[in-house]
Every structure is written in C-alpha cells, then in structure tokens.
Write a protein that binds this ligand. Structure first.
Ligand SMILES: Cc1cc2nc3c(=O)[nH]c(=O)nc-3n(C[C@H](O)[C@H](O)[C@H](O)COP(=O)(O)OP(=O)(O)OC[C@H]3O[C@@H](n4cnc5c(N)ncnc54)[C@H](O)[C@@H]3O)c2cc1C
Length: 553
C-alpha cells in the first residue's frame, strides 16, 4: 500500500517550496508530500488521489489565495477525504478567519506564518494531528473481524468494548450479508452463539467477555508489581489525570478500569469547552492521549477489571478485582465517576442492545445510517448525541420531558440543534414504552401536560437521562451523601469532629474521604464540578495531597 499523502497548497512559490522542504525533511519516511500552487489545481489533485484509492492524511493550506481561499478549498476537499486533518496557514490578521473555519469546516489547527523553527512550531502540531488521523483511519481489515447480529446485545457488548478501547475491527453483519452467514455456517454450531471474533492469527473467540478480549488483544489485565504507592480506581479524566501526575512525580501508580480509559468523556463525540482545544476534541482522542501519557510516565493501566471491594488494613489499603486478585498500596484514589440512569418504560429492557442504547453508543452510527432515531433527554449529552447522530441518521427526534430544551443545555448546542435540518425536538414528552419484533420499531410516548399517548416509528433510541455516582463498591467504607456521592475534606467532619474510625492526628486533607489515605476525585465526589476540566483538576490536585499523606505512613 502506498504512503498516505500530506497535501500542501500555497499560491506563493517561495512559501510553497519552503513548506514542502520542511514537510519532506520530517515526514518523508511515512508520508508522501504533494504540493499545489492553487486551490483549483489542488482540488484536481485530490480527485485524482481519490480515483487511485490513495489515502490523504492532512491538508496544510494557505488561507489567502486568489480565486479560492484555503477555507473554500477545504470545504470541497473534505467531502472527498472527511477524515483528513485540516490545517490553515494564516497571517496574524487572519485569526477571525481561522475561528470561522473552525466552525465551518472543523479546522484542526491554524498555523501562524512564519513557522520557524519547524522543530518547535510546525512538527509537534502536525505529529499530533497525524497520530490522531492514524489512530482513526488505519485500515481495519488486517485485524479483527466480528461476526454477529446488529440486534444482539452480546454483539453490541463486544463492538462497544473494541470501539471504546479504539481497537479497529471489521463488522460482519450476519442479518444482511450472505457471505457472513456462509462463514458462520462453516463454523458449525456457532451461529447460535454470536458474536464470533476472528483474529488475524486464526484464533476465534465465541461470545467473549471483555477480559477474554483484552487478554487476547495483549492489553494489560493484571498488576505487574506486588505493591504500589497509589491505586487509582477508574480511568475517566479524574483517574487518568491522577495517574499522569502520580507516575510523573515518581509514585508507583496503577490504574484499574472496568471498561476503557476515557470514562464518560470518552463517549463524547466532541468536547468543545476543554481548555486548549479551540476546535473541540473528541472524547476518544482525549482518552487515547491521556492513557498514552500516563503509560509514558510509567503508570500501569489495567483494563477490563472492575474494583469490587476496598479494604483498610493499616497502614495498607487493598483493592479486590473481579478476578479475585488483590492490589496493595498505601493510598487509593476512588474516581469511578457516574453511571447512566436506567429508563423505566414498558417493554424497553427487552430491546437494550437491539435498538435501545444507553449513552452515545457512537459505534452504532453506521448501523442506523439513513434511518430514523430517537434521542431521549434534554441536557448537554443528549444534545451532543443528537448532533452526532444527525450526521448519519435520516431523522433525529429528541424527546424532552421539560418544556424547553435550553433548560439544561449549553447555548451553542441549542443553536446547533435549531439549525440542523433533520433534528426535531418534542418537548413535554416522556417515553412510556417500546415495541418491536426482535428489534425496536416503535417508541410509545406520553404528553406530560395532556397525558395523551402516541407512537413514533424509530429504529434506534439513545437514552441520556442523567447519571448517578458509581460508588456502591465503597458504600460500607467511606461516608457518602444521600445520593451516593462520596464526601471528602471538610464535608466528612460533623460539628468540627473527625469521622469515626479516623486515626490520623490531623483533619482530612481536601479530597480525602472519611478513611485516611483513601481519596476521591471527579464526578463521584460530592460537590464536584461535573466537567472534564474539573475532573482533571481534581485528579491532579489530589496527587499533592497523596504526597503529604505518604509522608505520614
Ligand atoms: C456524552 C457526554 C458528553 C459530555 N460532554 C462534556 C463536555 O463537552 N464538556 C465537559 O466538560 N464535560 C462533559 N461531560 C461530562 C464529563 O465527561 C464528566 O464530568 C467527566 O468524564 C467526569 O470524569 P470522572 O473521571 O470523574 O468520571 P467518568 O468519566 O465517569 O469515569 C469514571 C471511570 O471509572 C470507571 N469505573 C467505575 N467504577 C469502576 C470500578 N469499580 N472499577 C474500575 N473502573 C471503574 C468507569 O468505567 C469510567 O471509565 C460529558 C459527559 C457525557 C456522558
């Protein structure tokens, strides 16, 4: 297969040659650099590349060109190469243009001229974007194939595990593909036990658990050391931040994640308010970067293992995992975040994984391309979900119990939903039931004002009705509030008294629970900010409290 292309466009021959030279110097081993001196010529080149089946990884385009601006070129070019990264070269005065381009074409970066020295101002940005592109666009078919039914919850669980861990796979749908049925027929008796996962080495796994998949994929599922300074429970933004700071500051750190690094943030199609990403960042990208960073500093990340119990055996703290193994340390950070609330409606549970999904289930977008889908909920995550599915589905209907969408949603999302031609919002509407024959076909809804019931045809329903803290594992050990959020710092003191069982000769540190040496950060903590940035801030701030604690044990 030929190398992916970096295409650069500039009407100034001197600048064009300089960009080409710098790009070749750094990227020529892995990429082919193609240059064009106008938008029109570049579009022709893009069409030819597509005809030849070439991959384009990145466009680096001057904004100010006669006839066709860089933004106008990118509008057309990304129709042919939607995954390619987009960078504009601008002068200082063009910052406004760049911001417009972020909104119009999802610009990834704008580089200010001149970019000297390239080792500081050009290569780090492009390396980063190309690694994002590579993570998403590399061909999947030299890897894993998952054969199953789009309507089977077990198939969905396998696809969800692979997708959230960003493992590329080819989906073979036995409902719609005769070749797949033949393939499965060959694997005698298997068809009743879907899905089957085929690995490139010839191995197969039938209805595998997440841990079996993780082990087969070479992910770490067991601790390597007998003892740690810090065990982090949960690999969302709070846990990942603690792992990065803990390991980078010399603590023997292990993070335990039941599913995939990234947590709730990892399921977000685009986080737009995280500092330093003016064009937004997908939750998957953020998770991948954070996990890489934590590992680079020496933290161990074990996945597909749930912490099921925490123990205090002074001065040690212990965590029991699903496979019965035990981790030991001096300190624990609990960062389990939130789990989605279940929707109570007649007949709905039968369709979970067969048309009904909790959360964004981004990997399902392709399955429901061109069909009608329903989004339940009226807050930010529902809005992001609606915008994401509007790019794939024929029609998206948002069902909102309240009278206004804007009650629980950021303004920018309300505006985008209003502008999206295939998204409609039904307010004062609650889900009463779900019907179908083996798959979701009809959603029954009730008008919350008049009580009137009606039916909506829908192939899929994505539910975003809020969350509750996932703190049952430490219910008997640390103090929680009446909603299950974990109390920390001054909140564990009652009338100035330290909590019962408190042995340290000091008050609890900020983020410390009612048990010395056990800390909590992120969404599961009472009073936390419920945002990516606050979870990251809390996770990293906790590490300095942990250092202070470690000096006392
Ligand atoms: C769809 C969606 C979109 C969002 N968009 C934005 C946004 O645009 N901007 C913003 O600022 N915020 C956004 N948020 C909120 C943000 O994602 C959360 O505030 C943030 O992820 C909280 O981080 P956390 O680390 O505390 O918990 P979580 O992200 O919930 O992560 C907790 C992790 O712990 C793991 N875990 C739980 N229990 C255990 C256990 N016992 N053992 C092992 N692992 C365990 C879970 O699997 C999970 O991976 C969004 C949330 C959602 C759901």
């Amino acid at each position: 297969m030929s190398k992916p292309v970096i295409l650069t466009v500039d009407d100034d021959p001197e600048v064009l040659n300089a960009v080409e030279r710098d790009l070749r110097n750094h990227f020529r081993t892995d990429y082919r650099v193609v240059k064009s001196s106008s938008g029109a010529q570049a579009l022709e080149a893009v069409r030819q590349l597509q005809e030849r089946g070439a991959q384009v990884a990145l466009f680096l385009v001057d904004e100010r060109m006669p006839q066709m601006t860089g933004t106008q070129f990118l509008v057309e070019a990304i129709k042919l190469y939607p995954d390619a990264r987009r960078v504009l070269l601008t002068a200082y005065a063009d910052t406004e243009t760049a911001i417009t381009a972020i909104n119009r074409i999802g610009l990834d970066h704008y580089l200010l001229k001149p970019w000297e020295p390239p080792s500081e101002r050009l290569y780090p940005v492009l390396d980063d974007l190309l690694s994002d592109w590579f993570a998403r666009a590399r061909p999947a078919f030299d890897g894993i194939r998952v054969a199953g039914s789009a309507l089977s919850p077990a198939s969905y669980a396998v696809k969800d595990f692979l997708a959230s861990n960003q493992v590329p796979y080819q989906w073979l749908d036995m409902e719609n593909d005769a070749t797949v049925r033949e393939l499965l027929g060959g694997a005698s008796g298997f068809a009743t036990h879907l899905p089957i996962v085929f690995f490139p080495d010839g191995a197969t796994l039938v209805q595998p658990t997440a841990r079996e998949l993780a082990e087969k994929l070479g992910m770490q599922t067991r601790a390597q050391k007998p003892f740690y300074d810090l065990i982090v429970v949960g690999g969302g933004p709070a846990g990942l931040a603690a792992a990065v700071y803990g390991a980078s500051e010399g603590l023997r750190t292990i993070l335990v994640e039941r599913s995939a690094p990234g947590g709730q943030a990892g399921t977000s199609s685009r986080i737009e308010n995280y500092l330093g990403f003016p064009g937004g960042v997908s939750g998957a990208d953020l998770a991948r970067r954070a996990a890489t960073q934590a590992r680079r500093f020496g933290a161990e990340l074990i996945t597909a293992q749930e912490a099921v119990a925490l123990k205090r055996e002074d001065p040690y703290r212990r965590v029991t995992l699903t496979d019965g193994s035990e981790l030991s340390s001096y300190a624990i950070l609990i960062a389990p975040g939130m789990e989605v609330r279940r929707l109570e409606a007649e007949g709905l549970d039968a369709f979970v994984g067969a048309g009904v999904f909790y959360g964004a289930a981004l990997a399902e977008a392709a399955t429901y391309r061109g069909q009608d889908v329903v989004i339940v909920g009226g807050a930010n995550s529902a809005g992001q979900g609606a915008m994401f599915f509007s790019r794939h589905a024929r029609k998206v209907t948002m069902l909102v119990r309240g009278s206004h969408l804007s009650d629980g949603m950021s303004h920018y999302l309300v505006d985008r939903i209003a502008e999206a031609p295939n998204v409609t919002v039904q307010t004062n509407t609650a889900v009463a039931g779900a019907r179908g024959n083996g798959r979701l076909e009809t959603v029954v809804v009730t008008d919350t004002v008049t009580g009137e019931r009606r039916e909506l045809a829908a192939s899929a329903m994505f539910i975003f009705i809020g969350t509750a803290p996932r703190t049952a594992l430490c219910a008997d050990l640390v103090l929680r509030d009446d909603q299950g959020f974990i109390l920390t710092g001054r909140d564990v003191m009652a009338d100035g008294q330290r909590p019962s069982g408190w042995t340290a000769n000091r008050d609890p540190f900020p983020f410390e629970t009612s048990v010395p040496g056990i800390f909590c950060a992120g969404d599961a903590r009472a009073g936390s900010g419920k945002r990516v940035a606050s979870a990251v801030g809390e996770g990293s701030a906790t590490v300095s409290m942990i250092h202070q604690y470690l000096q006392t044990v």
